[in-house]
Design a protein around this ligand. Structure first.
Ligand code: 8YV
Length: 325
């Protein structure tokens, strides 16, 4: 390590969340702020100096950005999902990609239970009811219940499992879909999202985004979920056909949805905003001071470890470390 600022590795920092990560980099790294000017201008001036990118999961790191950084060694993604990073392009260039698994598992699982109950019991709607003064005229309508539901989870990684474990004390049957059945996992398995949707009335999405899962939840899957159906999405907006979801919510093909993620963030379909049977959150599943701090720290730790010659701490499977021979 050197205190010579000229020798400090330059890190291109992009994204709107976890700005505190930039402060954590300062001192050890030179932070090149990718938001300070149009990115193209920053790249034209500093592209050749950049040895690392720190991104926040929501911004694209496509092949053409990677190609404009000839000395890039590592991309630290502050988030467990890294679908916006072109890992194939990184791998071709020998660039390591890291994410932040583990540190946000409990937070996102806690949030999912909250969003599930808020959606079924209409907690935001009842808050609006009290504020509007309508309560003095008549009691709030009765809501649906978790008591008579069967819950399906699409995606059974660390967070999916943490959600399932938290649901167990609620005493409801739990089923799941993943590409491959998980050996020894004691929940009913369905080989497709649609088959799972047909078997349950409450569907929680916690699977990776990206081309392989794009619009996995389509009009037919929503119809299969049925008129009592509740959809909770804490994964990526891209895994749901948002236009089909709007239609299903408006027509009563499903009962309600709780959404923390959207096809085009931060711009949910305006039609969603008009519906009363949907609870909308601005992608805050991991959004606490505690957990975002841990995510930022793990991202920085990856860069420190890399530039100290100790390798990345949490590389993604597409860019394994040590590199395969
Ligand atoms: C975001 C997330 O990364 O970890 C993920 O995959 O979706 C989130 O935690 C976070 O909101 C930063 O934008």
């Amino acid at each position: 390590m050197t205190s010579d600022a000229a020798a400090a590795p330059a890190v291109l920092s992009i994204g709107r969340t976890m700005l505190e990560a930039d402060a954590l980099l300062a001192g050890r790294f030179e932070v090149v702020d990718g938001r300070a000017a149009p990115l193209a201008d920053v790249l034209a001036r500093r592209g050749a100096d950049i040895r690392a990118v720190m991104t926040r999961g929501g911004e694209k790191v496509p092949a053409d950005l990677i190609d404009r950084l000839p000395n890039l060694e590592i991309i630290a993604n502050l988030g467990v999902g890294y679908d916006k990073v072109d890992c194939a392009a990184a791998e071709r260039r020998g660039v390591i990609v890291t994410n932040t698994p583990g540190v946000l598992t409990d937070e996102v699982a806690d949030f999912t239970i909250g969003l599930l109950l808020a959606t079924i019991r209409q907690i935001p709607q009842s808050d609006r009811y009290v504020r509007s003064g309508e309560w003095s005229e008549k009691p709030f309508r009765l809501s649906a219940s978790l008591r008579d539901r069967t819950i399906g989870i699409v995606g059974m990684g660390q967070i999916g499992l943490a959600i399932a474990r938290r649901l167990e004390p609620f005493g409801r049957p739990i089923a799941y879909h993943t590409r491959r059945q998980i050996e020894g996992l004691d929940y009913a398995y369905y080989p497709s999202a649609r088959a799972l949707a047909a078997a349950v009335d409450t569907l929680i999405l916690i699977l990776p985004g990206g081309p392989a899962t794009e619009k996995l939840i389509d009009a037919q899957t929503l119809t299969a979920l049925g008129p009592n159906g509740v959809l909770i999405n804490v994964a990526r907006g891209t895994v749901v056909d948002e236009a089909a979801l709007v239609e299903a919510l408006a027509s009563g093909a499903i009962a309600a949805a709780g959404l923390d993620v959207f096809e085009r963030e931060p711009h949910p379909s305006p039609k969603l905003l008009e519906l009363d049977n949907v609870v909308l959150c601005p992608h805050v599943g991991s959004g606490t001071v505690h957990t975002r701090g841990r995510m930022a720290a793990l991202g920085v730790e990856n860069l420190v470890s890399w530039f100290d010659g100790r390798g990345p701490v949490t590389p993604v499977p597409e860019t394994p470390w040590p590199r395969p021979a």
